[in-house]
Write a protein that binds this ligand. Structure first.
Ligand code: XMP
Length: 509
């Protein structure tokens, strides 16, 4: 049992960020919706109350049951969390004259406060609130203020409870990391036992105990999550893990062969299945993006089931589900327990009577990469850009054909290789090429051409939820365009996508 910080979620967009900041200190954190707070075990060392889109004065404002927490464990209330601690215990919270959003200078008025140890005064913080605490309960002490807000932070005199109006978890709060570290380490006394190595050790033990020598199957996609899940399971159960890697005909150039070889080289018991005919046949004539996705999902299940049935006595289905999917499915905003469709091998476990095992369900993406590195997985696998499950099918606008796939594969390979040559691959979060259903006029030598247009896309992101287009050097882009037009038959024009997400998305479909 790792030392744990519980994070109570009131629906703030920053809740996951709080959890990540705590984990960056090598302390395990767990997010729970405000209406499903577990009774804390001995391993829980402290509790953080998140922000919220609600006002504490709203009729439908989230109200947590803190019976086992308040006065018993250290608490840090952030924004709504702080307002809740003031409002519900005899203080007063009123609407601000103007919604305060953005940077503010925060001055510490109690220099002995443990929460602000080592913090400059004033220090830059990030505010985002429509309400202000105007009066605190009797036994509360004001510990800091800003130009606009008298009560920007407080603590309760006879309790280990703190409240801050600003957001320490966001990057713009310059010393936010120190404030969170003060809470987690100084106040809650966490030593920091959450490391990739300790995660690997405890997971291996847990997997062994759970599966007791029974066979497990897992679908490998070539992506980081399923790869790390496979290597971890393989360390725990050896060849009792059987992996299936399906070629859906929508992968990048030579990817299936290359990745299959790497999987075998790292000792995985893996079967490669070429099912490209099944997928391309089913996709014939389909233009609608969602229908493409559904078709690919359906065929994947058919193929996977067919292959899985060939293996006798399988009892477990392993999935590469990660923590954001788990939180999403149990979040304040979507209480329904649905896992993202591409992680759920739709109905297969029930049909085949399989139990589910998800060894990465506690990890954020960056932690999956760290665990992968610690497991010795080659960076060729752990350092790869994300790639969508439906593959190149959603990068061909309109119907997917073999001819278009071939054109796109060549262009995509040139772009990715050039990124690697110029050491830009690791600086970009995701990159790829999109083939448009548009032809344009060009001139090559003395001849007029009338051929396809491709768009190159490269983005910076942390988790794919938001993204900004990469500012790649002009000379680099010019060279990529030149290489693609000269080397790929059927393309005579290259455009660069300079849209960010939101309002655009990373993929075009
Ligand atoms: P968007 O286009 O929504 O993409 O900005 C965000 C991230 O998700 C990937 N993506 C998918 N991954 N199945 C997947 O497994 C899908 O249907 C799918 N659609 C988008 C996308 O590549 C990016 O990393």
């Amino acid at each position: 049992m790792h030392e744990t910080i519980l994070i109570i979620d009131f629906g703030s967009q920053y809740t996951q960020l709080i959890a990540r900041r705590v984990r960056e200190l090598n302390v395990y954190s767990e997010i729970h919706p405000y209406n499903k707070i577990p009774v804390p075990g001995e391993n829980v060392k402290g509790v953080i109350l998140s922000g919220s889109p609600f006002s504490v004065r709203d009729k439908e404002a989230p109200v947590p049951d803190l019976t086992y927490i308040k006065g018993k464990l250290p608490i840090l209330g952030i924004c709504y969390g702080a307002q809740y601690l003031a409002h519900c215990y005899g203080g007063e919270v009123l609407p601000s004259d103007t919604r305060e959003y953005g940077k503010a200078m925060f001055s510490v008025s109690d220099v002995n406060d443990l929460l602000f140890r080592g913090i400059d005064s004033p220090t830059r913080v990030w505010m985002s609130h429509g309400d202000t605490i105007v009066k605190i309960p009797e036994n509360y002490i004001i510990t800091g203020s800003t130009h606009n807000i008298r009560i920007a932070s407080f603590r309760i005199a006879d309790e280990k409870t703190w409240g801050i109006q600003f957001h320490p978890e966001v990057f713009h709060t310059t010393q936010g990391k120190t404030i969170i570290a003060n809470f987690v380490k100084e106040i809650c006394g966490c030593a920091g036992d959450w490391t990739p190595e300790s995660f690997i050790d405890s997971s291996i033990k847990e997997i062994k105990e759970k599966t007791r020598g029974e066979k497990i199957i897992l679908g490998l996609s070539g992506g980081v999550d399923s790869t790390v899940a496979a290597v971890l399971l393989n360390k725990a159960v050896g060849d009792n893990l059987l992996c299936i890697f399906v070629d859906n005909g929508l992968l990048r150039k030579d990817e299936f062969k290359r990745v299959l070889t790497t999987y075998k080289n790292i000792g995985l018991n893996v079967k490669g299945v070429d099912a490209s005919e099944d997928f391309l046949g089913a996709l014939d004539g389909i233009s609608d993006p969602e229908l493409k996705r559904k078709t690919i999902g359906r065929i994947f299940i058919e193929v996977f089931e067919r292959e899985a049935k060939k293996i006798k006595d399988v009892k477990w289905l392993a999935q590469g589900t990660i923590y954001p999917d788990v939180i999403e499915s149990a979040s304040v905003n979507s209480p329904a327990s649905t896992i993202k469709s591409h992680h759920n091998v739709g109905g297969l476990p029930e049909k085949m009577n399989l139990k589910i095992i998800e060894p990465l369900r506690l990890l954020f993406k960056d932690e999956v990469r760290k665990v992968g590195k610690s497991l010795g997985i080659p960076v060729e696998l752990t350092g790869r850009h994300p790639f969508p499950g439906p593959g190149l099918a959603i990068r061909i606008i309109g119907p997917v054909t073999r001819e278009k796939l071939d054109i796109l594969r060549e262009a995509d390979q040139i772009f990715i290789e050039e990124l690697k040559k110029r050491s830009l691959y690791d600086k970009v979060w995701q990159a790829g090429v999109i083939l448009l259903p548009v032809r344009s006029v060009g001139v090559m030598g003395d001849e007029r051409t009338y051929e396809n247009v491709v768009v190159i896309r490269a983005v910076e992101s942390i988790d794919g939820m938001t993204a900004d287009f990469s500012r790649l050097p002009w000379d680099f882009l010019a060279n990529v365009a030149n290489e693609i037009i000269n080397r790929v038959k059927g393309i005579n024009r290259v455009a660069y996508d300079i849209s960010s997400k939101p309002p655009s998305t990373i993929e075009w479909e």
